[in-house]
Design a binder for this molecule. Structure first.
Ligand code: PDD
Length: 291
């Protein structure tokens, strides 16, 4: 049986991924001069698409790149792609780079169209049993820049940090800057202490995760106390629970930190409660009529 074609969107056209090409002079290729988004899709419904598009706008504003599309145009591109690619639970990946200039030059110049690329990621939905087994992480020094709120395609620092986790044979890393927690290599971090959910505040040190916001919203709607405040590195070692959240990971319980057990050494009760509520939210989205 032949594999279904992976159809992508590039600068106004839909085409098989094998036929899509971008110039070597593209500033995304030369400088990582671009931004991106990853939007989860459940049963053809996009999760919090307005929030993703507003974060995209923020990233574009921060790098002074005009948004090439209105929200309606983005929605049309997304539904066009979802129609052309079969699947249920997956994600939309979109990236916009500053386009192709004739010369390699850091300076921004007007008059060059951006490169717009969108594809469907075949994300395997996390298997609940596997997720509840938890993940092992290490702490690493967060040497990134002071603009981590931009969802930038310049990800070499994140690649290097993730590689430290790979070398240590663990699943991921929690990034520490000045003895405080910033986030994961591609996720946000929560701790639970005495039934209070605690996560670092948004700002230049981390990406304002859409999953993070959803988890906070779900917790508050269910009378769980939430504190958005600085989390000291030392608090990780006395936390009852630690979680990492992202569009693709959803909510992953951390059961080992630098080789030591976190809390009881298994996914905690608060994680189970929020995870159940998160799964209910997904089910509602899947069965909702609005796109
Ligand atoms: N990354 N922090 C960083 C550095 C991230 O890269 C991500 C997500 C998050 C969580 O954001 P959200 O909940 O909106 O997914 C936090 C995506 C999934 C990626 O790069 O693939």
């Amino acid at each position: 049986m032949s594999e279904a074609k992976n159809i992508i969107y590039l600068n106004g056209n839909y085409m098989p991924v094998e036929e899509a090409t971008v110039s070597v002079m593209d500033r995304g290729f030369l400088f990582g001069d671009g931004v991106y988004e990853v939007v989860p899709v459940f049963g053809n419904k996009l999760l919090r698409v307005n929030e993703h598009l507003s974060r995209l706008q923020n990233s574009l504003d921060r790098i002074t790149l005009a948004n090439p599309h209105s929200d309606e145009e983005w929605s049309k591109i997304f539904s066009g792609l979802l129609e052309k690619n079969a699947g249920e639970d997956r994600a939309i990946y979109l990236q916009i780079s500053r386009g192709v200039y004739p010369k390699r030059d850091l300076a921004i110049k007007p008059g060059y169209p951006p490169t717009v690329f969108v594809m469907v990621l075949q994300v395997t939905p996390p298997d609940l049993e596997q997720v509840s087994a938890g993940i092992a992480v290490i702490t690493v020094d967060d040497f990134r820049w002071q603009a981590c709120d931009i969802k930038s395609t310049s990800l070499v620092a994140n690649v290097m940090l993730k590689q430290q986790a790979v070398a240590a044979e663990v699943d991921d890393a929690i990034l520490i800057k000045n003895c405080t927690v910033s986030e994961g290599t591609a996720s946000n971090v929560f701790i639970v202490k005495n039934n209070v959910l605690i996560t670092p505040p948004t700002g230049h040190k981390l990406l304002p995760g859409i999953t993070r916001d959803l988890v906070i919203e779900i917790a508050k709607n269910n009378a769980i106390l939430v504190e958005e405040r600085e989390v000291k590195e030392a608090e990780l070692y006395t936390a009852d629970e630690i979680w990492m959240t992202s569009s693709t990971r959803e909510i992953a319980p951390v059961i080992r930190l630098n080789g030591e057990a976190v809390g009881s050494g298994a996914a905690g009760a608060m994680w189970q409660r929020i995870m159940d509520l998160y799964q209910q939210y997904k089910l509602l989205l899947r069965s909702s009529n609005e796109k």
